[in-house]
Design a protein around this ligand. Structure first.
Ligand code: DP6
Length: 331
């Protein structure tokens, strides 16, 4: 019996950056994201043979491969954790794949661990709701996976009074059709992982100031989203993106995720907005820029983005409706 889950990446509008407890993957602040539709991970799980777990991934050529040790260990540990959660004993065969570049600031671990958590829980016969799936996905080490178990606009509270709480949807994907044009300026694996970035964050002299300003900014993003007010959303989202990178660049040791083309895209987006287009930009822990826009000006923005010097290609995505099970299995 095989189970295949598909889960999408998400783009954080208010970022999880820094932890209050790295071991338990508890964030320093609440975060808020939009789940995407097209950038997905797919994970097929079936009972294993010989009482051993077996994990492979499908590479870009469509061949089954053993993943690199760091990824493999993370997946094996997570399977063990999920088995322990419900007391299951069954060994598993797992195959996973992404349809977008891995480790380049497009949250491949968020979608990957969300799909893995959902498919494994189903294969082990657990009746887990999205709150439970979110908590479990978070424990993979990829905190943002806690948000990818839901569609639409998703908040992961992680607040002091209930730090373990799972993510929840604040609005469905039909509430507002926002698009995310991802300007890919580099597809290589990032050199400083998010995990290391979280660890360094608190060494920035500006980290405490960030945490002070965040509740108000979070509220601005939340209310602009709920009111579908793009102008207000744009301002708060860009402030937040710059703030994350300011923390990364001023940490010890500093991390510069940006590349020259990152800045070129940011400047172009600002220019287009001044010219009246409904666009804004945000950047996760990588050099690629997520350009958000409304349903208006679709073709214009995409073509203009493609023409910015240093942009390798543009991935057109939009808000999605969350994970699903499919009948097309990977093995
Ligand atoms: C900058 O620890 O969830 O994307 O597992 O590599 O996706 P990955 O990282 P994770 O940190 C996410 C950092 C962020 C902001 C965010 O998604 O909230």
């Amino acid at each position: 019996m095989k189970h295949t889950a598909v889960a999408a990446a998400n783009i954080a509008l208010i970022k999880y950056w820094g932890t209050q407890d790295a071991e338990r993957v508890l964030p320093a602040n609440p975060s808020l994201s939009m789940t995407l539709r097209h950038c997905v991970s797919r994970c097929t799980v079936a009972p294993g043979a010989n009482g051993k777990d077996e994990v492979s991934w499908l590479n870009e050529q469509g061949e089954l491969e053993t993943p690199p040790p760091a990824f493999l260990d993370g997946v094996l540990q997570h399977i063990e954790r999920l088995r322990a959660y419900g007391g299951a004993r069954m060994s598993l065969r797992v195959v996973t794949t992404n349809n977008f570049p891995t480790g380049a600031g497009i949250a491949s671990s968020a979608s990957g661990f969300a799909a893995l958590t959902i498919a494994v829980c189903r294969a082990l016969g657990y009746d887990a709701d999205s709150e439970a799936l979110s908590r479990l996905a978070r424990l993979s080490g990829s905190g943002s996976a806690a948000r990818s178990v839901l569609g639409g606009y998703v908040e992961w509270p992680g607040l002091a009074d209930d730090p373990e709480s799972g993510a929840r949807q604040i609005a469905g994907e039909r509430h507002w059709r926002l698009h995310d044009l991802i300007a890919v300026v580099n597809t290589e694996h990032k050199r400083v992982s998010s995990r290391e970035g979280h660890r360094r964050a608190s060494t920035s002299p500006y980290f405490a100031t960030r945490l002070e300003h965040l509740p108000a900014r979070h509220e601005r993003v939340r209310s602009a989203l709920l009111a579908r007010d793009f102008r207000r959303l744009a301002q708060a989202v860009e402030e937040e993106a710059i703030d994350l990178h300011l923390i990364a660049m001023s940490a010890t040791p500093p991390t510069f995720y940006w590349q020259p083309a990152t800045l070129a895209v940011l400047e172009a987006v600002r220019r287009w907005r001044d010219d009246g287009l409904e666009v804004c930009a945000t950047i996760d822990a990588g050099p690629n820029v997520h350009v958000l826009r409304t349903d208006a000006h679709v073709a214009q923005v995409r073509d203009a983005l493609d023409a910015v010097t240093g942009v390798n290609h543009v991935i057109a995505d939009e808000v999605g409706d969350g994970p699903r099970f499919v009948a097309e299995h990977l093995f």
